[in-house]
Structures are given as C-alpha cells and as structure tokens.
Design a protein. Structure first.
Lengths: 567, 137
C-alpha cells in the first residue's frame, strides 16, 4: 500500500475512531454522573406537587410534556426540597407517559428519594438505570474499526516481515471468524431491536387492545404536528382528548400504538380532519391502567414500515449461520488420506482429504451450487444491498416529494439503484431456473486417479424436453483467492475434455460416456485460498429461459504408482 | 551469526511420491535452543493468498547450540509440485529453532518423475452472451 493509501485509510480510521470515542465519552460521562446516584442515601420524602407541564415553544405551549414534580425530605435534621425526578428531566411527546408518572407520584403521597450525602439539597426520585450502561457498547465497533484501519495501514506485516518468518507457520493461520461474527451480530441486534420497537411491540399492543373497553371521549385539540429535521420536516398526528374513568377526568394525546413521526403530511391531515375540536368519539382504555389509552387500536399502514428492519434480521441471521457452519474446512488434497496414511501426533494434518467414499465404485455427484442455493445466495445479497440502498433512496425520494430536492444524493444513488435492480433481475432469473430440468450425475469410480478412466452416467428429471442441446465436459482449473487491497478470485483452466455432446431428446434425457484423465497433470487440491478443481460442467441449452448450467466437482487422485512415468 | 542447514542424502532435491527422504539437519546458534523442529511441508506461491500444509514434523529435543541430527521422512503421494498460471505449489523442508524462530529452508520437488508439473492455460469456453437469456434466439 502506497503512502497515499495509508494516509487515506488512516484518515478513514480516524473518523471512525474519533466518532466512536466522542460518542463513548458522552455516554460514559453521563453514566459516571448517573452511577453516583447509586451511592446516594435512601430517604423518605413527601410529594408536594405533581403535574404534567408542557414546554414552551416560541411563547406557545406546543413542546414536549415534562413531569413537573416537587417533594420535600429531611436529611441530617434539616428539611430540604427538590424538583428532580431523575438526573435529567423526564420529557415525552406522549402525554399519557408523563400522566402515568403523576399517577404514580400524586401530590400528598409518600415516596422514597435518594439524597446526595455530600450535598443534601441534591436528590432524585429515581436512580440511574443500570441497563443504560449497555449503551457504552454502541460506539465500540466504530472505535474498534477505526483502530483496526489505522493499525492495518501502518503495521500490517509487509512481505519482507513475512519472509523472515518460517513459511511453514502459514499452515496455522489465525482464524478471523470473530470479525464476521461481530459484523453479522451487529446487523442481527440492530435489526431485532428495530423490528421489536417498530413492529412487534406495537403489534402486541394492538392485539392486547382488542379486549379494552370503549370509553366516550372528547377531542380538545387536534393538529398535524411538524418536526423539523436536517433533511426536512416530518409530521405526526397530535390529537388531545379527555375521558372519564370512575368519575375522574383523564387526558391523553395517544392516537395509535406506532407513535413517532414520518414524512407524509396529507395522510395525517386527513386523520386530524376527522377529529376536530369538540368531536365526541370513543377511545379504548386499558382496564389495568386508566392512563393507557388509544384512539385507533387497530393496525395502521405506518406499522408495515416496521417490517423493514426484518431485512437486517435476515441478513444478520443468515450471515451468522453461514459463517459458523462454513468455518474454514480442513485442507483436502487428492490422494493423501485416500491413500491411507496417517500422521503422527503433534504434526499438522495437511490432508484430511476424502471421506470413505473417496474410492467408491459409484458415486452420485452433488452440484457445486444448486439452483436453490444460487437463488438464496442471490436473494441474500439482493436483500443486503437493497436494504441498505433503500434507506438512502427513501431519503432522496422524500426530498423531492417535499420540495427540497437533494440533487447530490439523488445522482450519487443512481449507480447503486441500477446495481440493486440488476440484483432483483438476478433473483427472477434464478426463480426461472428452478423450473429447469435437473441433471443427476453418477461417476465410476467415485475418485479417479490421474491417467485413469472416468465413466459418467447422466439423466435429467423434470422438463427434459425443453433441452435443445446438451454438453458435458471435464474441466481442470486453478483457482486462487486473494484478500487485502484487491480481493478477488483468479482462475485458469488447464484441462478441458469433452465428455458428451448430445442433440437428440433420448441422448439428452439420459446417457453414458467415458473420459480419460491425462496422466501428466495434477490431482485435486482444496486449500483455503488455492484450489485445483476438477469438475464436470453440464450445459443444456434452452430456447426460452435460463440455460441449465451446473458444475459437479469430481475428485482426481494422484496417479497410481504403475501409471507414474519413470525417472 | 546463526546458521540452520538441511542436507538431503546424496544431495538430491527431486523425489517421487511415496519415496523416502533421508538426510541431515544441522544448526549453529548463538545459544542453545529450547528445541529445533524439522518440518516437511508444502506451500503455494502466486496470485492468491498463500496456503501451506505441514505434513510431518520431527522435533529435536535437548538440542545443543551447535549440532547435526539425521532425519528420515516417507514422502506422501501428493500434492505434486507444480507451476501453473495462477498457483505454484512448492514442497520444502524447514528447520526452525524455538523459540527464536530462526529458520533454514530447502525446497524440493515432489512429483512423478521428479519433475515439477507445468500447467498450461486454455481459453475460457465460449459462451453466447445474451442480454435477455430467455429471449428468442
């Protein structure tokens, strides 16, 4: 890597490290202050005032709701009073959430508060939530990635350093499984949290509210509330209403269980229009909690957006399963174990090689990748790609819808969208490929030595009549995968032997042929990055639809001693 | 100056699969090592990230700072030494002093006839590329 690349990667890493440290510092500072409340003295106190206060916004009472509480307590023989519920004020857009606190701490009631012994005028009713400490984990992956990027750019072992090490040590490469596990775990956790918060929790509330009794209520105000953000405004339905439970009046502004704000204005305006001031309607009240109330207790269209995080859940879960199930396999070298030798204890096993089927007389071959496998593979990548791209496309589309077009973002996203559409096309392609006839191959012997003869039998299940032409060939190729700056796989074919070229329906449906493996080549090899692959390539042409193209790896062993050329 | 040497018997460096490889491993180190390992292994060179496989290891315990010890391996049937367009596979013996990791190495050829297999490169089979593969031909 050149100095320019190192500097770029270092800057990139510094951005992540800086952002991670900054966020971490803010969280830790808050946590450090909050944890102090756990050393404060538990003291009896009396609530003197408890109310919901609406914050002023530009001289008008339009802001969030705040829990306005006052309490008095005696500490060290002296009387004090405080107005702190927690270290930070408790505010919410949801009136009911704050009203619930006034129910819990009514004026005149006794409660427990926690007093700072070093400054007894400081007290809180509720101590720091220890679960909030988990937030400290949030910036760790960002800072970790930053450290890794900086380390990688400057301290990665150079070729010169590697040369000084024993080459044989490369037989014991470090497993970097944890990177993939961490990556997909983050996807799974974020997706799960999003899915729970945006869909599952509201959906469970909807189901629960089906049995809540309907109570008459009166609308006291209704509006579409605007929330200004960096990328334009979002809107929410804000309908305040009163209702009576056991001759006591309650107030709420909960419209549905989804809450929050989103971009569409007209839809919210239509809802608000149905609840003008003074409208008498019904709301649904939780029989166990009179402050838990809702106007619309059914599913709302906005709730379906809560399914989007499922994309992250699927990507995370499939990625984790794939990573853990496909850990780097033992190396396979044609012939080693099949020849039957074992290694002494304490030595690295270079060739666990083939199973007992290695020299099987007949062997039904398995395709390298079935159409189902390809479909799921393409679908996985398609969901991953489009899931991420959709977030930005959504933002770009909204910028146009609401008259603040983001040209730069729109133009930047075009190539990503084109690739995403191509992936969707790929999914349909492999869906169509599922309708293709499926080839089944049996070879004799199951593992053939160099210089040996391989007998191949094939037959098709499914719509074999759609095949126009069928070719089977044995291919030998080198395949090397590189990592690092230019991660890619390079292949080179060194053998290409025709097995069959069938054109009649009967020949194509099933047949048999033989092929001789040239003696002067190399047996199969399956290293972690370098492979010698021998495979039968099946190519069936189909007029209207994807062709049948499947690869069936075969095992080629070292030459039998008699077949080896002499010195 | 440390020195680790591997000397196959008769000075041979090319072998048939399954043959016996015997010789002498010698070293001259600044101080006595904890142990010295002689490893029979292969590794790859080329366009991909390197792979390696240790087939057998002989550990010389109670090693002196300067010493020569005989060794004997039965070579495996494969993989063969080969040189391709993308990958080359090389067999070698490596003498490693522990824990300093000072190393001496000797490359050998393991292939039928004692000759490294040379792999050529064929063109990719022609594939008719169509924008819409299910369209009219």
């Amino acid at each position: 890597m050149g100095i320019g690349g190192k500097l770029f990667l270092t800057l990139f890493g510094l951005v992540f490290l800086g952002a991670g440290l900054l966020v971490g510092w803010v969280i830790l500072r808050d946590a450090a202050g909050g944890l102090q409340t756990w050393s404060w003295r538990k003291t009896a106190c009396e609530i003197t005032a408890s109310a919901v206060r609406q914050e002023d916004q530009g001289g008008q009472q339009k802001g969030d709701f705040t829990f306005d509480v006052k309490y008095r307590y005696t500490y060290g023989g002296q009387e004090f009073s405080s107005g702190q519920y927690k270290r930070n004020p408790e505010t919410s857009e949801d009136y009911s959430k704050i009203a619930r606190l006034t129910e819990r701490y009514p004026a005149g009631s006794s409660a427990v508060c926690y007093v700072d012994a070093s400054a007894p005028s400081r007290a809180v009713l509720v101590r720091y939530n220890l679960f909030s400490l988990l937030l400290v984990l949030f910036p760790v992956p960002f800072a970790g990635f930053g450290v890794w990027a900086i380390y990688y750019s400057w301290f990665r072992k150079s070729a010169g350093n590697m040369a000084a090490q024993p080459i044989s040590d490369r037989a014991y490469p470090p497993q970097r499984l944890w990177i993939a596990v961490l990556f997909f775990s983050v996807f799974l956790l974020i997706g799960s949290a999003g899915f729970y918060g945006l869909f599952l929790r509201p959906a469970l509330r909807v189901l629960s509210a089906k049995s809540w009794p309907a109570v008459p209520c009166v609308v006291i105000s209704s509006e579409v509330k605007s929330h200004s953000g960096r990328h334009g405004s979002t809107y929410s339905v804000n309908i305040s209403y009163t209702y009576e439970i056991k001759a006591r009046e309650f107030k709420s502004n909960t419209y549905d269980f989804m809450g929050g704000s989103s971009s569409g204005y007209e839809g919210k305006q239509a809802v608000v229009a149905g609840y003008s001031r003074g409208t008498k309607t019904v709301c649904y009240v939780n029989p166990d909690d009179p402050t838990d109330v809702v106007l619309e207790r059914g599913f709302t269209p906005a709730m379906w957006f809560g399914l989007i995080p499922l994309v992250f859940v699927i990507v995370g879960a499939v990625g984790l399963v794939f990573t853990l199930r496909h850990r780097r396999p033992g190396l396979m070298v044609g012939g080693a174990a099949a020849a039957g030798w074992a290694h002494g204890a304490g030595t690295a096993v270079a060739a666990p090689a083939f199973s007992s089927s290695g020299r099987a007389e007949r062997l039904a071959l398995k395709p390298a990748m079935s159409p189902w496998g390809m479909l799921f593979g393409v679908l996985f990548i398609c969901l991953f790609w489009n899931g991420i791209v959709s977030v930005f496309v959504f933002q770009a589309v909204n910028s146009w819808r609401y008259g603040h077009p983001e040209w730069a973002l729109t133009l930047f996203m075009i190539p990503f969208v084109v690739i995403g559409l191509a992936m969707i096309g790929g999914v349909f392609y492999w869906l169509l490929a599922l309708l293709n006839p499926r080839p089944h191959l049996i070879v004799t012997p199951g593992a053939v030595p160099l210089g040996g003869i391989l007998q191949v039998q094939w037959n098709f299940t499914g719509r074999a009549g759609v095949l126009q032409n069928l070719r089977l060939r044995l291919e030998g190729r080198e395949e090397a995968a590189s990592r690092g700056d230019n991660s890619n796989t390079v292949t080179s074919i060194f053998a290409n032997l025709e097995i069959a070229n069938a054109t009649t329906p009967r020949e194509m449906r099933s047949g048999e042929a033989r092929v001789t493996i040239p003696a002067g080549l190399v047996p199969s090899l399956a290293g972690a990055h370098n492979k010698i692959i021998w495979a039968i390539q099946v190519h069936g042409q189909i007029a209207r639809g994807p062709d049948v193209k499947e690869e069936f790896p075969v095992t080629v062993l070292p030459a039998a001693p008699a077949a080896r050329p002499t010195l | 100056m440390s020195e680790l040497k591997i000397q196959p018997g008769g000075g041979r460096t090319a072998f048939e699969p399954g043959e016996e490889l015997a010789g002498t491993a010698s070293w001259k180190l600044d101080k006595p090592p904890q142990s010295v390992e002689l490893r029979l292994f292969w590794f790859t060179r080329g366009q991909g990230e390197a792979d390696a496989g240790v087939v057998e290891t002989v550990r010389f315990e109670h090693a002196l700072a300067e010493e020569a010890r005989p060794f004997r391996f039965r070579l495996p049937d494969g993989p063969y030494s080969f040189s391709g367009k993308v990958i080359s596979l090389v067999w070698a013996l490596e003498l490693v002093a522990q824990p300093s990791k000072e190393t001496g190495r000797r490359e050998i050829i393991l292939a039928p006839g004692g000759k490294e297999v040379r792999l050529g490169s064929l063109p990719e089979p022609p594939v008719k590329k169509r924008l819409f593969p299910w369209g009219r031909r």
